[in-house]
Write a protein that binds this ligand. Structure first.
Ligand SMILES: NCc1[nH]cc(CCC(=O)O)c1CC(=O)O
Ligand SMILES: [Mg+2]
Length: 328
């Protein structure tokens, strides 16, 4: 006689919480933030309800609040004016650039906050690409030199961890080497190792005005560097290379439609894994909730919990503050 009654342990919330395998905490979240010039400026991003671009002073304020809610890491993007953009993305390593000033001021005001600036040329590129264009192609190796300079200038400004999101080959090694040479041996690298060419980045590209631009003989998408979403084993290949090159944290992106990749990478490596709940995933949730088709709070917490269950140690999400408040 055998009665397997799995329902026994689901009988009450107290029992369910005793056997719960995955529990979210505000400390799991990294909030991506968009910084703009000026002061007391807040620009709502229409494709991402609840998300705004902030001037540095408001970003500082936001970071203080986040920290109080238990969110202790931000991933920073700068929206610079069109006339500062060029092919090489030179503004990206301007010591007095918007990004560098933002890092300096936030670090100064909230020193405990973990600052993870984005390393990639697209917000600085006149073409909207993550690399330098040479003869109509995104050139890998010259881009790596630029990324290394960008990372060093962010480290100089006070970054704790630099986060290359470009998908050039060998850039983790190039950045690691440059950081060591410049005596930033304690600055870490969070590498977007398995980043797919995805339609879920649309709202983000609106927010930064960073989509590939319509130039003749210039690629209109990022498929020659970001991964093909039909592939899974290729993600492991990418991850192993970055581990070898000295990455401290491995990122997989996007999140929800890619949890098979997260689970697979979790099995394969022991480094911390970050997963990006992307702008498109956030926008879909907000749109459905606004229509009354899903419950915002329940669907949000379920989404984030499932990302953690798949193997994420940390989650990049635009809902970081909202979720932290719901947990608090
Ligand atoms: N280096 C670009 C970058 N860094 C983060 C995101 C997407 C983030 C999101 O959609 O939330 C992108 C977009 C892209 O690759 O075009
Ligand atoms: Mg790679």
């Amino acid at each position: 006689m055998q009665y397997h009654r799995n329902r026994r342990l689901r009988a009450s919330e107290a029992l369910r919480s005793l056997v719960r395998e995955t529990v979210l905490s505000p400390a799991d979240f990294v909030l991506p933030v968009f910084v703009i010039e000026g002061s007391s400026r807040r620009e709502a991003i229409s494709s991402m309800p609840g998300v705004s671009r902030l001037s540095i002073d408001l970003l500082v304020k936001e970071c203080r609040e986040l920290y109080q809610h238990g969110v202790r890491a931000v991933n920073i993007y700068a929206k610079i004016s069109e006339n500062l953009k060029d092919n090489a993305g030179t503004e990206a390593w301007n010591r007095d650039g918007l990004m560098q000033r933002a890092i300096r001021e936030v670090k100064n005001a909230v020193p405990e906050m973990v600052l993870m600036p984005d390393v990639a040329l697209d917000p600085y590129s006149m073409y909207g690409h993550d690399g330098i264009i040479t003869e109509g192609k995104v050139d890998n190796d010259s881009t790596n030199d630029a990324l290394a300079r960008m990372a060093v200038s962010q480290a100089e400004a006070g970054a704790d961890i630099v986060a290359p999101s470009d998908m050039m080959d060998g850039r983790v090694a190039a950045i690691r080497e440059a950081l060591e040479e410049n005596n930033f041996k304690d600055v870490g690298i969070l590498s977007y190792s398995a980043k797919y060419a995805s339609s879920f980045y649309g709202p983000f590209r609106n927010a930064l005005d960073s989509a590939p631009k319509d130039f003749e003989n210039i690629p209109k998408d990022k498929k020659t560097y970001q991964m093909d979403f039909h592939n899974s084993r290729e993600a492991l290949n990418e991850v192993y290379k970055d581990v070898e090159e000295g990455a401290d944290i491995i990122m997989i992106k996007p999140g929800m439609p890619y949890l098979d990749i997260v689970a697979k990478v979790r099995e394969a490596i022991d480094l911390p894994i970050a997963v990006y709940h992307t702008s498109g995933e956030y926008a879909m949730l907000k749109a459905a909730a606004a229509s009354g088709w899903v419950d915002n709070n329940l669907a949000l917490m379920e989404s984030l919990t499932c990302i953690k269950r798949a193997g994420a140690d940390m989650i990049f999400t635009y809902a970081a503050k909202e979720a932290a408040k719901l947990l608090g």
